[in-house]
Structure formats: structure tokens, C-alpha cells
Design a protein around this ligand. Structure first.
Ligand code: KG4
Ligand code: ZN
Length: 341
């Protein structure tokens, strides 16, 4: 406890960010240090799992020290340790879980393993202090695209998910084809502002009637074929136009699905989470759609959309309140079901 507040130390290492945070009473961020490996992985055009694990190992203690110093908290004041247990890159996750266990054992503190997507959704509790479940959540990241009915802090019903690529993955792959580099999402977001979203019509894959599942590989392949055909014909492509047209096709389906889920399940709030929630066009389209239907929209600040430990600290706090601590057999999982974790 510090100043009468419950203190959570949180660790996130599921992909290419090593992050450690200190969070008070579940929602107040005292520090949120994020050490990104993007510059290293850019050399390879994507995340190299083995390199990610090695960098987590090298960085994690220094990032932890920095988080304590920035928060002005001491290890004795920590009440709970939360860590991402999955899904993600297994080697990367193991570094976080092993570190969290070591601190829990050394300092005699309770330990909680958190689902990464629960963390992304929880970023919204930090951003909006009054937000409470139930609500409809749209999770759009590099590894996930799902529509989830959030019934409680620890109760989730996954209504639909992608059958192939995640939205962020499609962005990253299209960016690579367009020569924009890694990670592609922010680059497409930026360059699309200069393009015409109606310049090229790419497929909007809605799948069969009534499903809330997504599919983006057809749209992605459409872009690849278009670029290839234009190059074969010796025609110059407009990168801003292709980026804007691809983005419009993908986001049209994303927004349509989450709006229909919200209506069908009678929710009055939409909560957006994951790295792609930082996308300016998605934010604008959802704002318009929600305003028309009288639905309240919650989207975290961009720094809380991409991977960070503060969101894990928030999720760990609410998980601990309802379910208590995990034991020292806590493991990391590359694949992990949200509803039963
Ligand atoms: O949530 P996140 O940090 O990591 C995962 O859990 O996957 O999401 C990373 C993904 C990447 O695919 C990245 O390209 C995408 O989020 N992203 C964006 C934007 N910022 C990050 N996609 C579109 N527009 C953005 N502004
Ligand atoms: Zn993530």
C-alpha cells in the first residue's frame, strides 16, 4: 500500500514491447515504461520471436527499476504482481512470467496471470474512470480481431473473430507490399490521409448472413494482385490511394460488424481495444456511427491502445478482487481462450 492505495506491479512481454507499470487502485497509472524493440525487428520486416525473447531478457530488470523510480514506489509497497500469461510468443511470454514469479517469491507478494486481450479491454478502465461492464468490445490488434460481449470484469462472450488474418496483420502485410515498412498500421494510417479511399474498390468480406466473424485475407490478396497487375502493365501505382482504399474496405466491415453486434445484444456502449484502435480513420468512423445510433464510444489514448503493462495492471487488479491469486505453477501459453482463462 502507498498513501492508502492498493499497488499493482504489472509486466507485459507477449510480443515486441518490454513493459512494466505500477498501478494504484486498479485504474491510476503511476508509471508505465515501454521499451520497444521495433527498430530491431524493422530490419527483418516483422517480429523475430527468438530475438524478441533475448531482448526481453536483457531489458526486463532495467525496465522494472525505471518503473519503480518513475512511480516513486518501493517493492515493499507492492500489493500484487500481475503478468501477461498469454496468448503471444511463447519465449517472450516466459520471460515475463518467470520474472513475475521471481519477484513474487522474493518479495512474498500474490501473483496473477492475465489474458492479454483482457488487458487490452481493461485499458479503457484507465482511460474512463466511470466505465464499468457490461458493454460491447471491439478488439483489433496485430494478433486478434474480435467482437466480445463483456458482461463483467472477468466475464466475456466472444461473438465473432477473424477466420484468417487479424486486422493489424493485414495492415502490416499490405504495408510491406506497398514498401512502407514495419509496423505497417501507423504508416498506412498516415499515408492514407493523402489518398482517395474510393480510388480502387477492394473486396468487403462480410461472410454468410448473421455471422459476426471476420475475414481479411481476401481484401489483402486483392491489394497484392492489384499492385502486381499494375506493375506488370508498367503502370505507376498511387500508394496513398491504394492505402486509403484498402483501409476503407477493411474498416467498412469492422464498423458494420461491431454496430450490428451492439444492436443485436442490446448494449449501449462500445469499447475499442488493441493496437489498431490507435487508427485515426477507425476512430472517426466509429465516432460517426455511434453518434447516429446514440451509443457511447470509448477508445483509449494511442499509448494505451498498443501493448503496455498498465493495462495488464488494471486487469490483474480486477481479476485478483474476484478470483484471488494464482500459485507458483503459473505458466505461459502461446494460445489461450479468453472465455475460460
Ligand atoms: O495490440 P498491439 O500493440 O499488439 C498485439 O497484441 O498484436 O497491436 C499491434 C498492431 C500492429 O499490427 C500495428 O500495425 C497495428 O497494431 N497498429 C495500427 C496503428 N497503430 C498500430 N494499425 C492501424 N493504424 C494505426 N494507427
Ligand atoms: Zn496486444
Amino acid at each position: 500500500m502507498k498513501d492508502g492505495k492498493h499497488i499493482t506491479l504489472a509486466i507485459e512481454s507477449s510480443c515486441d514491447e518490454t513493459s512494466v507499470a505500477l498501478v494504484a487502485d486498479g485504474r491510476e497509472v503511476l508509471s508505465n515504461i515501454i521499451s520497444s524493440q521495433i527498430d530491431i525487428h524493422t530490419l527483418y520486416g516483422g517480429v523475430v520471436p527468438e530475438i524478441a525473447s533475448r531482448h526481453h531478457l536483457t531489458n526486463i530488470n532495467a525496465v522494472t527499476d525505471e518503473a519503480f523510480a518513475a512511480a516513486g514506489v518501493t517493492p515493499e509497497e507492492v500489493d500484487l504482481i500481475g503478468v501477461t500469461k498469454g496468448p503471444g510468443l511463447i519465449g517472450a511470454l516466459l520471460i515475463g512470467v518467470a520474472t513475475a514469479k521471481a519477484y513474487a517469491l522474493a518479495w512474498n507478494k500474490p501473483l496473477v496471470g492475465v489474458h492479454h486481450i483482457k488487458g487490452h479491454i481493461s485499458a479503457n478502465y484507465i482511460q474512463a474512470p466511470d466505465l464499468e461492464p457490461p458493454f460491447m468490445s471491439l478488439v483489433v490488434s496485430g494478433g486478434h480481431t474480435s467482437v466480445i460481449d463483456v458482461k463483467g470484469y472477468n466475464e466475456f462472450k466472444v461473438l465473432g473473430h477473424t477466420r484468417d488474418d487479424a486486422v493489424g496483420e493485414a495492415y502490416d502485410k499490405v504495408a510491406r507490399v506497398l514498401g512502407l515498412g514495419y509496423p505497417g498500421g501507423p504508416k498506412i494510417d498516415k499515408i492514407a490521409k493523402e489518398g482517395n479511399p474510393e480510388a480502387v474498390t477492394f473486396k468487403r468480406v462480410m461472410l454468410e448472413d448473421g455471422t459476426l466473424d471476420f475475414s481479411f485475407s481476401g481484401t489483402k490478396t486483392g491489394v497484392m494482385n492489384y499492385v502486381h497487375n499494375e506493375q506488370q502493365a508498367g503502370r505507376e501505382i498511387s500508394v496513398p490511394d491504394v492505402a486509403a482504399s484498402f483501409q476503407q474496405a477493411v474498416l467498412d466491415t469492422v464498423v458494420a460488424k461491431v454496430m450490428s453486434a451492439t444492436e443485436a445484444y442490446g448494449e449501449d456502449k462500445i469499447v475499442v481495444a488493441g493496437g489498431v484502435a490507435a487508427n485515426s480513420k477507425l476512430r472517426e468512423m466509429l465516432k460517426d456511427a455511434c453518434a447516429k445510433k446514440g451509443i457511447r464510444l470509448y477508445i483509449p489514448a494511442p499509448i494505451l491502445c498498443t501493448d503496455n503493462a498498465a493495462m495488464i495492471g488494471c486487469a490483474a487488479y480486477y481479476q485478483y478482487q474476484e478470483r484471488g491469486a494464482d500459485d507458483m505453477f503459473l505458466d505461459a501459453f502461446a494460445n489461450l481462450d479468453l472465455e475460460n482463462s
